[in-house]
Design a protein around this ligand. Structure first.
Ligand code: NAG
Ligand code: NAG
Ligand code: NAG
Ligand code: NAG
Ligand code: NAG
Length: 785
C-alpha cells in the first residue's frame, strides 16, 4: 500500500480531520510542507515519492508510462492520471533521468545523469519561485511575488476536473492508449462561436468532421465548459447558465467525479470512490463506439465485433498496416472507371451494407431505385462508390472517410471492385494477394523454363527460380502487413540524400517530373530523382504508390531503392545506370550498335513494359516510353526508368489526365483526343521507338528531305513500295528480318488503340514465334491534329 493510500484512508475515515492540515505527515524527499514546493525540492522516479495536495487526493510526480518508463503529471490515489506533462510532444521521461527538481535557476526540470536538464513545464514569463499541488487538482507555479504564472487547469490534457474551466479556444485531447499518455487521435474543442465540438485530430473545424456538438454556436466567445463536483457538465455564457450537458447528481462525499475524453474518442464521467478506490462510469457522450470519426483509417469502416469497435477495409481493399486501426486501406487490385478499356481492369459494383460515411459526394442524382444508382456509378469513370438514400444516388471518389456499418439504416452502398477479385465483405483479402503473387511467380517459373534452351541456360534459370522461390517464401511467411509493405524500400531523410548527392551537385538528367542527380549511398552509385513540387500529391497516395513501385522488380526495370518524403521534398532513389540512355547510343553515329544488339534491346524493353502492364498485381501504364527513358546498365542491358512516376504524379484515380504526360513524337493520339489512356498508349510509344531502333534516327527529323521527315510515314512508304533495304543504310541485314520489325512497328503505331497489339503479342512477334499480318497504313496523327 502506498504512502498516499494510507494518507488517504486516514483522511477519509475521519472527516473532521480532513480539514486539518496534515503537516506532520512528511511526504516527498524534500520533507517540505506538502502543498508548497520550494526551490530545491525534488522527486526521484524509482522511489514512490510525490508532491501531494493537502488533502492527499491529488499528487504530482512520476507515474508509469508505456513499458518500463515514466511520465510526469497529476494523478489520483489509484494512479488514474488526470494531467500529463508534455503530452503534446512526448511525455516519456528519458531513461537516464535521476530526479524531478525545482532548480535554483527557477526551472522545473528533469535532471539527467548525463546531458542537459529537460524542462517539465516552462511558463513563458518568468522564473519559478515555488509551486503547489492544490486540493482541487490544479498544479500551480508561482513567481517570487506569489503570483500564479502557470496552472495545469489552463493546459488540460485528456481530463476535466470539477472547478476547471475550459474557455475558447482550448482543446482536450484523448491519449494514445490506456498506458501511453501521449496525444491520441481525438479532440474536444471549446470553439470561439460557443459550440463545444468533438473532431478527429488534424482536421479542420467543419461540420463534416464533427461527431459530437452541443449545438450552442452563435452564442459567442464568452462561453465556457465546466464540470461540477457532482458530475454535471455544463456550459456558461459569461456567468449565466447556458446548457446542461450531463445531469450530474452523483455523490460527492468520498468521491472524485471527473470527465475524460477516452482513448476511443468518447466523453465519459467517471467516479472514483476514495474509500475502496473503485472506479465507476456514469454519463457518456455516445454508447456507440463507432461514432467517433477517424477511429478507422480511410477506405475502412468501423463495426462492433465482440462488443468492441473494430476496423475493416472496404471490400477489395487491404490495410497498409494490419492491426493498426487508423492505417489507410488501399485497393488490392487496380480498377479503372470505364469498364471497356482493358480486360484486366474491368470492374463492377459490389452492393454492401456500409451505410454511413462522410458526405463528400461530387454528384447527387435523383434515381428511381438502387439498380439505377448502381448503373449510374458503374458507367461514370469518376465514380468509385455510390450511396443510395431516399431515391437519391450520391456518387463519390476515394478516399472514403468515416465509414461505419449501420444496421438500422436502409441506405445501400455500392463500391467499385475489380472483377478479378470480388471478395466477400470483410474477407481476408491479404491472403488473396499472396495467392495471386504465387500464381505470378509460378507463371514466371514456367516461362523461364520454357525459354531456357541448353544446359547452361537451364542451370542459370534454376538458380534464378530458386532465388525467386526464396523471395516468395520470405514474403508469404510474414504477415499481411509486411507483405503489403512490399520488398523493403528504404526511407531516407532529405539531409541524407543531400549529403549523398553532395548537395545535388551533379545533374545527370532532367525531365518533366523532376531532375536526376548522381549520388553515392552505402558505397554504391545511385541516381536521386527530385520530383517537381507541383506534381507531387498527398502523403498517403504517394506512399501507397511507392509501395506499388517498390514491389516492381524485373531485370528490365531500373530498380527503385528508396525514397524521401519530407514535406515538399519528394525524392526517389534508383540504381545508377552507368552506360547512359538508349537515346545517346541510337542517335550517335559513333557508338552504333549492330542490328542484333538493337533488336535484343527492343526485346528487353518490351519485356519490361509487359511486366508493368500484365505480370504482377498492380498495373502500371508508363506514359512516357522514349529512348531517353531507356537506360543501359554495366552489361549493356536495357532497363526502363521512370515507370510508375506517372502514377505517382497522377492527379486522381480516373482516366482523365489533366495534361499530356508524354513527350511529343512518342505520345499516342488519344492523349490529344482526351480519350481514356490505356496500356495501348505505351504500345504506341514503344512502336515509335522501335522504328527509331530499326533506323537509328529520331522519329521526327527535318534535317533531310521532307518525305523522310516523319519517320513512321517514311517507313510505311518504304515498306509499301518494297524499299525496305534503304531503311538500314549500309548495314548488312537480311531484308526479311528488317521487314518483320517494320511490320511490328507499324502495327504498334496504329491510330486506333484497339488495332494495336498488346505488349504480350508484341513480344511474341519480336521473338519470332508468331506470324505477323500485313499492317494497315497508320494515319499520321501529326497531320490530323
Ligand atoms: C511557499 O513557501 C515559501 C517559503 O516558505 C513562501 O515564501 C511562499 O509564500 C509559499 N507559497 C505559497 C503559495 O504558500
Ligand atoms: C513503489 O510502489 C510499487 C507498487 O506500488 C512497489 O512495487 C515498489 O516496490 C515501490 N517502490 C519503492 C521504492 O517503494
Ligand atoms: C451570451 O452572452 C452575451 C453577452 O455576454 C449576450 O449578448 C448573448 O445574448 C448571450 N447569449 C445567449 C444565448 O444567452
Ligand atoms: C442545469 O442543472 C442545474 C442543476 O441540476 C439546474 O439548477 C439548472 O436549472 C439546469 N440548467 C438548465 C439550463 O437546464
Ligand atoms: C497507424 O497508422 C497511422 C496512419 O498511417 C500512423 O500514423 C500510426 O503511426 C500507425 N501506428 C502505429 C502504432 O504504427
Amino acid at each position: 500500500m502506498s504512502i498516499l493510500t494510507i494518507l488517504f484512508l486516514l483522511l477519509t475515515t475521519t472527516e473532521a480531520k480532513s480539514l486539518r492540515r496534515p503537516s506532520k505527515i512528511t511526504i516527498g524527499s524534500s520533507l517540505t510542507p506538502s502543498s508548497n514546493i520550494t526551490i530545491g525540492s525534488s522527486l526521484t522516479p524509482s522511489s514512490n515519492t510525490t508532491w501531494p495536495s493537502r488533502s492527499g487526493q491529488y499528487a504530482f510526480g512520476f507515474f508509469p508510462q508505456r513499458v518500463n518508463s515514466y511520465a510526469v503529471g497529476i494523478f489520483l490515489p489509484d494512479k488514474t492520471v488526470v494531467w500529463t506533462a508534455n503530452s503534446d510532444t512526448n511525455p516519456t521521461v528519458p531513461d537516464d533521468v535521476v530526479s524531478l527538481l525545482l532548480s535554483r535557476e527557477g526551472r522545473l526540470v528533469l535532471r539527467r545523469r548525463k546531458g542537459q536538464d529537460v524542462d517539465v513545464i516552462s511558463p513563458s514569463i518568468t522564473t519559478i519561485a515555488s509551486a503547489s499541488m492544490l486540493d482541487n487538482g490544479n498544479f500551480v507555479l508561482y513567481d517570487s511575488g506569489s503570483r500564479v504564472i502557470w496552472q495545469s487547469f489552463d493546459h488540460p490534457t485528456n481530463t476535466l476536473l470539477p472547478g476547471q474551466r475550459i474557455r475558447p479556444v482550448k482543446e482536450i485531447f484523448s491519449s494514445i492508449s490506456e498506458t501511453d499518455y501521449g496525444r491520441g487521435i481525438f479532440r474536444l474543442k471549446m470553439q470561439e462561436d460557443g459550440n463545444l465540438v468533438q473532431y478527429p485530430i488534424n482536421t479542420v473545424d467543419v461540420e463534416a468532421n464533427a461527431y459530437y456538438a452541443t449545438g450552442t454556436y452563435e452564442v459567442g466567445s464568452s462561453v465556457s465548459f465546466n464540470l461540477d463536483s457532482d458530475g454535471r457538465l455544463y456550459l456558461l455564457n459569461g456567468s449565466l447558465p447556458l446548457q446542461n450537458i450531463s445531469r450530474g447528481g452523483l455523490p460527492t462525499q468520498g468521491y472524485i467525479n471527473f470527465m475524460r475524453l477516452d482513448v476511443g474518442g468518447i466523453l465519459r464521467i467517471y467516479s472514483l470512490s476514495l474509500g475502496d478506490l473503485t472506479m465507476t462510469r456514469s454519463w457518456f457522450s455516445t454508447d456507440d463506439e463507432c461514432v467517433p470519426k477517424g477511429f478507422c483509417g480511410v477506405n475502412a469502416y468501423c463495426t462492433i465485433m465482440g462488443g468492441a469497435p473494430a476496423c475493416q477495409c472496404l471490400p477489395g481493399f487491404v490495410s497498409a498496416q494490419s492491426g493498426n486501426n487508423t492505417a489507410p486501406c488501399y485497393r488490392a487490385l487496380s480498377v479503372k472507371g470505364c469498364p471497356e478499356i482493358d480486360e484486366r481492369l474491368k470492374s463492377e459494383m459490389l452492393r454492401v451494407d456500409i451505410t454511413e460515411w462522410d458526405e463528400t459526394w461530387y454528384e447527387k442524382l435523383s434515381v428511381s431505385g438502387e439498380e439505377e444508382c448502381r448503373k449510374a456509378c458503374l458507367d461514370d469513370c469518376n465514380c468509385e462508390a455510390a450511396m443510395y438514400v431516399d431515391s437519391e444516388c450520391r456518387k463519390q471518389r476515394f478516399p472514403i472517410r468515416y465509414g461505419r456499418l449501420s444496421s438500422t439504416d436502409s441506405n445501400v452502398a455500392f463500391i467499385r471492385v475489380s472483377t478479378a477479385t470480388v471478395p466477400d465483405l470483410g474477407s481476408d483479402s491479404d491472403r488473396k494477394i499472396i495467392n495471386k503473387k504465387k500464381r505470378c511467380v509460378d507463371t514466371l517459373i514456367i516461362g523461364i523454363v520454357l525459354m531456357s534452351i541448353g544446359v547452361l541456360a537451364l542451370s542459370i534459370s534454376v538458380i534464378f527460380v530458386h532465388q525467386k522461390r526464396k523471395d516468395y517464401m520470405k514474403i508469404s511467411n510474414e504477415d499481411g502487413a509486411n507483405f503489403v509493405e512490399g520488398i523493403s524500400l528504404q526511407e531516407f531523410t532529405f539531409e541524407h540524400l543531400s549529403e549523398a548527392t553532395n548537395g545535388f551537385k551533379e545533374e545527370v538528367g532532367r525531365g518533366a517530373s523532376g531532375t536526376v542527380f548522381k549520388g553515392v549511398l552505402q558505397q554504391k552509385l545511385v541516381a536521386v530523382k527530385r520530383l517537381e513540387k507541383e506534381f507531387a500529391h498527398g502523403e498517403i497516395e504517394f506512399q501507397t504508390e511507392l509501395k506499388t513501385i517498390g514491389k516492381m522488380y524485373h531485370r528490365n526495370l531500373v530498380r527503385l531503392l528508396g525514397y524521401c518524403f519530407d514535406g515538399d521534398n519528394k525524392l526517389l532513389v534508383f540504381e545508377y545506370m552507368s552506360n547512359g540512355s538508349l537515346a545517346d547510343i541510337l542517335f550517335n553515329q559513333e557508338k552504333r550498335l549492330s542490328w542484333e544488339e538493337r533488336i535484343e534491346i527492343a526485346r528487353d524493353i518490351s519485356r519490361g513494359i509487359l511486366y508493368l502492364h500484365q505480370e504482377c498485381e498492380t498495373q502500371i501504364i508508363h506514359c512516357d516510353i522514349k529512348p531517353q527513358n531507356i537506360l543501359m546498365d554495366n552489361n549493356w542491358r536495357a532497363k526502363i526508368s521512370d515507370f510508375g512516376v506517372a502514377k505517382l504524379l497522377k492527379q486522381d484515380q480516373t482516366n482523365t489526365y489533366t495534361g499530356i504526360r508524354g513527350t511529343k513524337g512518342y505520345v499516342a493520339p488519344e492523349w490529344y483526343k482526351k480519350q481514356a489512356i490505356t496500356v495501348k498508349a505505351d504500345v504506341y510509344s514503344f512502336g515509335v521507338m522501335l522504328l527509331e531502333i530499326i533506323c537509328c534516327r529520331k522519329c521526327v527529323d527535318w534535317g533531310g528531305s521532307e518525305d523522310e521527315a516523319i519517320l513512321e510515314e517514311w517507313i510505311y512508304d518504304c515498306y509499301a513500295t518494297g524499299k525496305i533495304g534503304s531503311l538500314v543504310g549500309d548495314e548488312m541485314v537480311e531484308e526479311r528480318k528488317v521487314e518483320r520489325m517494320v511490320k511490328i512497328g507499324i502495327w504498334c503505331v496504329q491510330y486506333d488503340p484497339s488495332l494495336r497489339p498488346t505488349m504480350k503479342k508484341v513480344l511474341l512477334m519480336l521473338e519470332g514465334t508468331v506470324e505477323i499480318p500485313i499492317p494497315p497504313r497508320p494515319t499520321s496523327f501529326l497531320s490530323s491534329i
